[in-house]
Design a binder for this molecule. Structure first.
Ligand SMILES: Cc1ncc(COP(=O)(O)O)c(C=O)c1O
Length: 359
């Protein structure tokens, strides 16, 4: 069997939730597990995070999967509903939509629901993606509060645009504007994503909404999970499937992109872009071979990549290789790939076998 696997460390996941709690001790935790829990498996993550106070998802579909699998916590639809025909299911299962625009509000007002629902009011404090303008906070609140289909407006939610950058004062402005606009409104507040939770204590409020940090990854620019006491949850691993003895001047892989500068050993690892490892990674990137850093050489192919074994004379087919995770932060690989760890985690391909590790 092909050895390419994503190992999901459930103990690390629980540890990271405990870290989030320690960092925001007066807040309840809405764990963001949308997009298949950032590639980690939504159900397994929800089950492992039994201590989370609520879960945040991106669609009714995700919410239904969770409920149908016995998840009992509150489930918040972070983007609300996408059409009015979702409302009866939302009411039947008591999901909690974030209401972010006039169209949603009108559909909610006009619906005939079997039972009223709880909602969050989503406000736009400067990110300019979802949410009502802050200036409308009072009037929208009143309309929601007066709506027969709403049993409770839990509170006001907003999202931070630049909290990953500690040097950017936009976060302080968003916080000030949000607090000012909502000062006279009752209910709870929810502002912080992982970056807000870790770096902006003023953003904690009654509910924090961490995603990335739960998976052990730093949300801060240039940061590493370990700096926050986090442990990586996903380790993407494979193994060496061939070792070649090549002569100086011989080329390796597609396009002959790497020319051996001397007689040398080259290892072939069973992982490639068909598994979600970025094709354009190259010079400067390492994998871990039996715990030691080994440079990537040549082009990443669909199923394989090649590594320089000049400093690993003992390396043999079957040796374990880590592509990211334990010992090799996905943050580092994402930086080399010109992307963010969120993307790498989310796009691990379905053919990669997923194993749970729960010591
Ligand atoms: C509304 C909302 N809250 C919270 C999160 C969690 O963010 P992060 O993974 O950066 O902690 C997200 C994710 O994008 C989100 O869209």
């Amino acid at each position: 069997m092909r050895a390419t696997q994503a190992v999901i460390d459930l103990a690390a996941l629980r540890h990271n939730l405990a870290r989030a709690r320690a960092q925001a001790p007066n807040s309840r935790i809405l764990a963001a597990i949308k997009a298949n829990a950032y590639g980690h498996g939504m159900l397994r993550v929800a089950q492992a995070l039994a201590d989370a106070d609520a879960f945040g998802v991106a669609s009714l579909d995700e919410a239904l999967q969770l409920r149908d699998s016995g998840i009992r916590q509150a489930i918040v639809l972070l983007e609300g509903f996408f059409s009015a025909d979702e409302l009866p299911s939302i009411a039947a299962r008591q999901f909690i939509p974030a209401i972010h625009c006039l169209e949603q509000l009108e559909q909610l007002e006009q619906a005939r629901l079997p039972a009223p629902i709880n909602v969050w009011l989503k406000l736009d404090s400067g990110m300019h993606r979802l949410g009502f303008p802050l200036a409308q906070a009072q009037t929208i609140w009143q309309r929601l509060n007066a709506c027969a289909n709403v049993s409770c407006v839990i509170g006001c939610m907003t999202h931070l645009a630049c909290a990953d950058n500690l040097d950017d004062d936009f976060t302080a402005r968003q916080l000030a504007d949000f607090h000012q606009a909502t000062a006279s409104l009752p209910g709870e507040r929810s502002i912080a994503n992982s970056a807000g939770l870790l770096a902006w204590p003023d953003a904690h409020a009654q509910w924090v909404r961490p995603g990335l940090m739960l998976y052990g990854v730093s949300p801060l620019l240039g940061g590493r999970g370990a700096q926050h006491g986090l442990r990586p949850v996903m380790t993407l691993r494979s193994e060496l499937i061939a070792v070649k003895e090549l002569k100086r001047g011989e080329a390796v892989g597609y396009g002959g992109a790497f020319i051996c500068p001397q007689d040398m050993r080259v290892g072939v690892v069973a992982a490639g872009y068909g598994d979600g490892y970025p094709r354009h990674l190259g010079a400067g990137v390492s994998v871990l071979l039996k715990g030691e850093r080994v440079p990537l050489i040549g082009r990443v192919a669909m199923d394989m990549l090649t590594v320089d074994l000049r400093r690993q004379p003992q390396a043999r087919p079957g040796d374990a290789v880590v592509l990211w995770g334990e010992g090799l932060p996905v943050e580092e690989i994402a930086e080399h790939a010109g992307t963010i760890p969120y993307e790498l985690l989310c796009r691990v391909m379905p053919r990669v076998e997923v194993l749970e590790h729960d010591p």
